[in-house]
Design a protein. Structure first.
Length: 231
């Protein structure tokens, strides 16, 4: 199912401006219900500025009203977000992913030695000096670098990687070959990321259950208190 362009910001707007259930909002935005709960309780890491899905055309008021009338109704995306177009110039990498660049470069060096430093730099958005340091294992953080598929890390797309590999293979007069080990690496990393997300969700659920139990215990203790002035 397609998701809004900015899921968390859209969820924040829906929480503040509709009576949709947290489950409906979570399903539409592709979030965990506890993430929506955190947004509603203002316990998220940062206070989000809501993004109106009506203005973007991703939802209609009629669709929202259907959801408000029936808690079991699943909201339908009316217009999928426009795909971002790759423009010329240096590749922009979000701050949260920049620490993953060396891992992606190391993976390319290990699995695609036919790629030049210039091709790797264009794919990952890093400098030749960094690539050279990783090739020579003189990078300042070499002890902590683990080769990881840059596609899975979100540093490039599979289409761009395949095109670069094909171009390098053509220049070398060879044919690009699929490496079974590469696919295993990708699947292993996907499983690792999925496990981390599930663990975080379990921890959040446990914390919420503990908080609810504490509230119930406090309420029960208050009901059992004997008031000396009560007749």
């Amino acid at each position: 199912m397609s998701q809004p362009l900015m899921p968390h910001a859209t969820a924040s707007w829906l929480v503040d401006n509709t009576s949709l259930t947290f489950q409906q909002i979570a399903e539409f935005c592709g979030l965990h219900i506890l993430e929506v709960q955190a947004i509603a309780d203002d316990t998220a890491a940062t206070k989000l500025t809501g993004r109106d899905p009506l203005r973007s055309g991703e939802l209609t008021m009629e669709e929202i009203e259907k959801g408000q009338a029936d808690p079991a109704y699943r909201l339908r995306m009316q217009k999928e977000p426009d795909q971002a177009l790759r423009t010329k110039g240096p590749r922009y990498t979000p701050v949260s992913k920049r620490q993953d660049k060396p891992d992606g470069v190391a993976w390319l060096i290990r699995n695609h030695p036919e790629l030049s430093d210039g091709q790797i730099g264009k794919l990952i958005g890093t400098t030749r000096s960094t690539i050279q340091a990783l090739r020579e294992r003189t990078h300042w953080n070499i002890a902590n670098i683990q080769p990881k598929d840059p596609v899975t890390l979100g540093l490039t797309t599979q289409r761009e990687l395949d095109a670069a590999v094909a171009k390098a293979a053509k220049a070398a007069g060879t044919q690009a070959q699929n490496d079974v080990g590469m696919e295993r690496d990708r699947e292993a990393l996907i499983e690792e990321l999925r496990a981390e997300r599930e663990a975080a969700a379990r921890d959040a659920e446990a914390a919420l259950a503990a908080e609810q139990a504490e509230v119930e215990d406090t309420a029960a203790a208050g009901q059992g208190f004997d008031d000396p002035f009560r007749t």
